[in-house]
Write a protein that binds this ligand. Structure first.
Ligand SMILES: Cc1cc2nc3c(=O)[nH]c(=O)nc-3n(C[C@H](O)[C@H](O)[C@H](O)COP(=O)(O)OP(=O)(O)OC[C@H]3O[C@@H](n4cnc5c(N)ncnc54)[C@H](O)[C@@H]3O)c2cc1C
Ligand code: SF4
Length: 350
């Protein structure tokens, strides 16, 4: 019998890898540091997902249930990997509770960390309670209670969404584009307009990157159907006049200073490398790329490989990724791991 495949991280990529392996008859040990499986969409309480419009708790929750009820998948919650030794087909894994396991291969599906907006203090988060993040708005929407100003519970009449918070910002060492936040923001803006038609929603942007097929569904639809307003601007600061929040900056199309009042300001936060990546790199002896994501060994010929043979990677662990691409990468890594462990089994039998 082959040794199980170790999967670290139970978000969309890890769940998809676990399911693909189990469906092929392969045993899996899924190690998740949190209490709950489902990764960011479940742990951070996302609302309706882009682009399917399904609730995260249904779409990703369904993936969780599929894995939880599969007898080929052993789930170790509230656990991390403390030591990892051996070679392809024959690894030895020590978990944080001291348990030692064998594994034929490993797949790192450890995802990302949400940018912490306190690292952008001039934009008001942590100073003004009505400056919130996209994850907080997602939680308000998924709670069913609607979007309300945290300071006093009132319905906002004017909402500003600031794009690229913690992305494309060299001053704070984050040069990458987080890929999905333009589209997620347009989606949130449309949801706010649908729930509160009297609320005006403005999106402040440097560039709009509703890439691929998202352009008409989100960028154009948000403007033409939902009357969301887009302002191309450089934001200087978010302050308050004592009654309302004031977004100050420069309108970069007309090259004039602007200062506009809002009830709520939303930071479209980016995807940082997982804060655990230095530890994961040391434990699994895999290289990180220059921004701190787990480095892929190859862009084309073996997309799931890392710098260490037998250790694969998938999803947002490699850089900002969408859910559907993370799921596809999980399946691809599962195939690579399966080929390795089955190959090792055939060799042992010869
Ligand atoms: C505000 C926001 C909204 C978004 N909305 C959408 C959307 O609508 N549609 C879309 O396509 N994408 C969306 N995304 C992107 C989406 O969150 C990612 O594509 C997706 O979560 C990536 O899945 P993953 O499994 O690779 O990583 P994650 O979801 O980050 O899961 C990683 C898992 O690994 C676990 N883990 C981490 N480190 C360790 C460790 N050391 N040991 C053990 N376990 C560990 C974590 O607890 C977590 O369960 C959004 C992103 C943001 C920031
Ligand atoms: S997807 Fe949009 S908001 Fe997100 S970093 Fe890229 S340009 Fe900025």
């Amino acid at each position: 019998m082959t040794r199980p495949v170790l999967i670290v991280g139970g978000g969309p990529s890890g769940l998809s890898a676990a399911h693909a392996l189990a469906a092929a008859g392969q045993r899996v040990v899924l190690v998740e540091k949190a209490e709950q499986l489902g990764g960011a969409p479940i742990q951070s309480g996302y609302a309706k997902l882009v682009p399917s419009g399904e609730w995260a708790k249904d779409a990703i929750g369904g993936m969780v249930r599929r894995v939880e009820t599969d007898s080929r998948v052993e789930i170790r919650r509230r656990a991390t990997v403390k030591a990892f030794s051996g070679g392809p087909g024959d690894f030895r894994v020590t978990l944080s509770d001291g348990t030692v396991l064998e594994a034929g291969a490993a797949i790192l599906c450890t995802g990302f960390t949400h940018f912490d907006s306190v690292n952008k203090p001039e934009w008001g988060f942590g100073t003004y309670p009505d400056v919130v993040t996209t994850t907080q708005v997602e939680q308000m929407l998924s709670s069913g209670k609607g979007v309300r100003c945290p300071s006093d519970g009132r319905e906002p009449e004017r909402v500003a969404i600031l794009l690229c918070v913690g992305s494309r910002d060299r001053q704070i060492g984050r040069e990458w584009c987080s890929k999905i936040c333009c589209t997620v923001s347009a989606n949130i803006a449309m949801e706010i307009r649908e729930a509160m038609p009297r609320c005006n929603v403005y999106i402040y942007y440097m560039d709009i990157r509703t890439f691929g097929l998202y352009e008409d569904l989100y960028y154009w639809e948000s403007q033409e159907k939902h009357r969301v307003k887009y302002i191309k601007a450089r934001i200087a600061e978010v302050t308050s006049d004592g009654r309302r929040l004031i977004v100050k900056g420069e309108d970069t199309l007309v090259k004039r200073p602007i200062s506009i009042p809002f009830d709520m300001v939303v930071h479209a936060i980016g995807m940082d490398p997982n804060v655990d990546n230095m530890t994961l790199s040391a434990v699994f002896d895999v290289k990180l790329q220059k921004h701190g994501h787990i480095q892929k060994a190859s862009v084309y010929s073996n997309t799931s490989a890392t710098s260490r043979p037998g250790v694969f990677v998938a999803g947002a662990a490699t850089g900002p990724e969408t859910i559907d691409d993370s799921i596809a990468q999980g399946q691809s890594a599962a195939m690579a791991a399966l080929a390795l462990v089955r190959g090792a089994m055939m060799e042992a039998a010869e």
